[in-house]
Design a protein around this ligand. Structure first.
Ligand code: UT7
Length: 331
């Protein structure tokens, strides 16, 4: 069996900043409420005239990840693209990204939708394909344009989300390399499908004039159900990974949880007994960018020098489904 390692990272966030004060002019909210309940100060919003839809944002983060891996676009043998609301229903967003990157080798392209957990699912699938020798270099992208399914008249959800992209190149490690993916765990609890849902716009319920009239083309969420399940599932998945790899939190250099909300991040850290100084947080700048949040936070911490080769990292995510996942690796 081969081992895989992260050889390159990249990220992209749209230029346009939407502050809490900007939102308080759109809905009945305040900077104080948003900061106290979520830790979020601002988020980025896509501009379609600047190609800031999923494959357009991913072009920038993927290009950076491929360059940082010391590779050329045509070295990529597969694109795994985590996205909740794709560029279009088909062709898939991964194929659109292949085109944008100028990849002409006809590499495999697949979209993954596991909501905010999608990038961890994608990394787990990519790792298996590298471990079994199928591919040597896989681009794993998480990119989300949450502003499309955000109801900008619903204060209980619209303050939480932002747009952005994060990419990683996962490559076959050299024989003498210690970097590897140790383990991952994935799950989904379908008993709570309604807790975070966008029921309209798919095959089951196409958008009609009536749906538009009632503004039901947007997501809805039971925030407290999501909160409780998120902290419980993420902490328990991390504990499972540590236990079955005979490690403790003392062995972990950095914990990168899904950047949904500062209170979720802090509570998960407390349940895990993870010292706050080991937790990577950037939710205050970008809000919840769904499956883009972990790869983008990873890239920031690699670029600013916090994350170094040889360090052990723990990722954890959760989202609609209710999906959840965690991954343990040496960078
Ligand atoms: O990737 C998964 C994404 N989802 C999440 O991460 C969400 C997880 N859930 C949460 O983080 C929290 O449940 C929220 C931040 C969404 C809400 O916090 P909460 O402490 O659960 O508040 P709540 O829903 O119980 O609402 C408390 C009050 C309500 O008013 P009343 O009924 O007490 O008068 C809400 O109407 O806060 C009100 N409220 C707001 N007030 C100002 C809800 N949203 C806002 C808002 N500004 N944006």
């Amino acid at each position: 069996m081969y081992q895989s390692k992260i050889t390159g990272t990249g990220k992209y966030h749209p230029e346009k900043v939407l502050t809490n004060d900007d939102l308080s002019k759109m809905v009945d909210t305040s900077d104080e409420w948003i900061i106290q309940r979520t830790g979020i100060k601002e988020r980025r919003q896509s501009d379609l005239t600047k190609d800031e839809f999923p494959s357009g944002m991913a072009y920038h983060s993927a290009k950076e990840a491929i360059e940082n891996a010391g590779l050329e676009p045509n070295d990529i043998e597969m694109i795994v693209f985590s996205v909740t609301l794709p560029d279009m229903l088909f062709p898939n967003t991964a194929s659109c990204l292949q085109d944008k990157l100028g990849i002409t080798n006809k590499c495999a392209c697949i979209d993954v939708n596991a909501a905010c957990t999608g990038w961890v699912y994608g990394m787990t699938m990519a790792n298996s394909l590298i471990q079994t020798g199928v591919y040597k270099n896989i681009l794993v992208v998480g990119t989300e344009m949450t502003s499309t399914f955000n109801n900008w008249e619903d204060r209980s959800t619209c303050v939480l989300f932002g747009d952005g992209s994060g990419s990683v190149v996962l490559s076959r490690a050299d024989d003498n390399d210690t970097a590897k993916i140790y383990d991952s765990v994935l799950s989904s609890d379908s008993s709570k499908l309604d807790a975070l849902i966008l029921p309209n716009g798919g095959s089951k319920s196409p958008v009609t004039a009536e749906i538009l009239e009632k503004r039901e083309q947007y997501m809805s969420m039971d925030g407290q159900v999501i909160f409780k399940n998120a902290v419980k599932t993420m902490s328990s998945h991390c504990a499972t990974l540590l236990k079955r790899n005979n490690l403790t939190l003392d062995d972990i250099d950095w914990f990168i949880p899904h950047q949904a909300n500062l209170r979720i991040i802090e509570t998960t850290g407390q349940l895990l007994k993870c010292p706050p100084e080991k937790v990577i947080v950037n939710v205050e700048k970008y809000a919840n960018t769904s499956s883009a949040s972990i790869p983008a936070a990873l890239h920031e911490a690699v670029i600013d020098g916090r994350i170094k080769r040889g360090q052990k990292l723990l990722f954890a995510a959760f989202g609609a489904g209710l999906t959840s996942g965690a991954m343990l690796l040496e960078f």
